[in-house]
Design a protein around this ligand. Structure first.
Ligand code: ADP
Ligand code: MG
Length: 471
């Protein structure tokens, strides 16, 4: 509460840029990690969605970025999805000043990405697949990367990206500083940490899920045929809503049904081309679409800071998914509404899940009249989104991919042991520029946003961070 970004050692120019975006005080995870990050330590951060992890790694990344040569970024952020990658890049650019931020992911043409890499970027935000592809083409090399971030590591693992992540990290500088952020730090993520981080400082911010306490939770018993009408009622009562469906097909169908009932709805799932997903999201962000009908995979990492409500149209797979979905509303301490639509045969599971979550709301008949209504427009409030292509909401492909990859992953692990040597190296402090000062080697200590002109695209941002469709 009391600490300011400046007190954490954040350069003034960055503080000012953050202020301009209404970011005045650091969130908990940011306070927790910043000093260690500036000191050059590896950071392992566990914090729930919406807790501000992007700035927690983004600020140190920008502050410590060293000049890059053509095709040789000096900082790398790995992201599981294109939308998240775009949104990270967009967020970083708001305060990056003259530190150049590039982003690469699949599903779009190579031309602009190749040019950007040729021109040079200090910070490269990338999805693993396209990055490996570009490396193979000789379009980029990671040899100069001395800061690496693995964002949403748990999702990256779920999606089967860890073997690629390992191969990529293996190509970066041994002296690099490595940040890893994840909602959970067990299993594969723990192994990745063990193998690729040097004496990391772990900062955990608990998911004491604000959603659970801040949002109003409703559990409605409905027949299959009543679900669409119930959705319509909630959307009318609450405002902008994310509706979760189990499958792509289900989300397409519901989108159609909502549209027929006069709701402006858009589906967002991995079966749609990138452009279309970006467009749907943007329309939702702009408030032109009232309901975003999403699969779980598509919704990963989306934050819309302040969606008025979340509907579990199909029940979540488990209580964690309930939390994750529900976390789309009631962010940043605001109220929100979460409605579960339960068919008779889903009640038992729902009760079990309620117990796990400590929710004791009664399961009732639909009662739109009794819903809390939110004042104010639900539009200008968003953050980051990943949509995973080529995979459906059930994550089956992800899981298969993952096990299929395991063998490779292990060998990669062993092959890389040399890295352990890093253990005895004098911390990466020698690199200067660290240690909390603003200086970014030769680029002037102020980090002054000369970048104001460099396509920072501020106008597009507002408080709503979209997927940066126009880059
Ligand atoms: P996470 O990656 O942990 O899910 P983000 O980094 O995307 O969360 O941040 C979630 C939202 O909170 C974003 O809209 C971001 O701009 C906003 N935010 C982050 N830090 C702060 C802060 N210190 N003060 C106000 N808003 C913040
Ligand atoms: Mg994030």
């Amino acid at each position: 509460m009391s600490t300011t970004f400046a007190q954490l050692g954040v350069p003034e120019s960055i503080c000012r840029a953050l202020e301009r975006d209404g970011i005045h005080e650091p969130f908990e995870i940011q306070t927790a990690t910043m000093a260690d990050a500036f000191a050059g330590r590896d950071i392992c951060g566990r914090a729930p969605t919406g807790s501000g992890k992007t700035l927690a790694f983004g600020i140190p990344l920008v502050v410590n970025a060293t000049d890059a040569r053509s095709k040789r970024p000096t900082a790398l952020v790995l992201s599981p999805t294109r939308e998240l990658a775009e949104q990270i890049a967009t967020e970083l650019r708001t305060f990056a000043g003259d530190v150049r931020v590039g982003v690469v992911y699949g599903g779009v043409g190579y031309g602009p990405q190749l040019k950007r890499l040729r021109d040079g970027v200090e910070i490269l935000v990338a999805c693993p697949g396209r990055l490996e592809d570009l490396i193979e083409q000789g379009a980029v090399s990671l040899g100069d990367v001395d800061q690496a971030v693995i964002d949403e590591a748990d999702r990256m693992s779920d999606m089967g990206f860890f073997p690629a992540v390992r191969r990529l990290l293996d190509q970066t500088s041994r002296d690099r500083q490595t940040f890893l952020f994840s909602a959970t730090l067990d299993g594969d993520v723990k192994r990745l940490t063990r193998d690729y981080q040097y004496e990391p400082v772990t900062h955990a911010v608990d998911a004491e899920t604000p959603d659970i306490t801040v949002a109003a939770h409703r559990f409605w018993q409905v027949n299959k045929s009543e679900r669409v009408a119930a959705c319509v009622d909630v959307i009318h009562a609450a405002g902008q809503t994310i509706v979760f469906c189990r499958t792509r097909h289900g989300s397409d169908r519901l989108t159609h049904q909502l549209t027929q009932r006069g709701i402006r709805a858009a589906a967002i799932h991995g079966g749609h081309a990138q452009n279309r997903r970006t467009r749907s999201l943007q329309q939702f962000i702009d408030g032109n679409v009232q309901a975003l009908v999403a699969t779980d995979v598509a919704a990963r990492g989306i934050h819309v800071d302040d969606v008025a409500s979340v509907i579990h149209y199909d029940p979540p797979e488990d209580h964690k998914t309930y939390l994750h979905r529900s976390g789309r509303t009631a962010r940043a301490g605001r109220g929100g509404l979460v409605v579960s639509l339960l068919q008779p045969d889903q009640m038992m599971d729902a009760r079990r899940m309620q117990r796990r979550l400590g929710l004791d709301e009664a399961i009732t008949l639909p009662d739109a009249g009794g819903l809390p209504t939110e004042s104010g427009p639900a539009s200008e409030r968003f953050a980051d989104v990943p949509v995973q292509a080529g995979r459906d909401s059930n994550g089956h492909a992800g899981r298969n991919g993952q096990s299929a990859d395991n063998g490779r992953e292990q060998s990669g692990q062993r092959a890389r042991n040399g890295q352990g040597a890093r253990g005895n190296q004098p911390a990466r402090n020698g690199q200067g520029g660290r240690g909390g000062q603003p200086a970014r080697n030769g680029r002037g200590s102020s980090g002054a946003p000369k970048g104001g002109g460099r396509g920072r695209n501020r106008g597009n941002r507002g408080r709503a961070r979209s997927s940066g469709a126009n880059r």
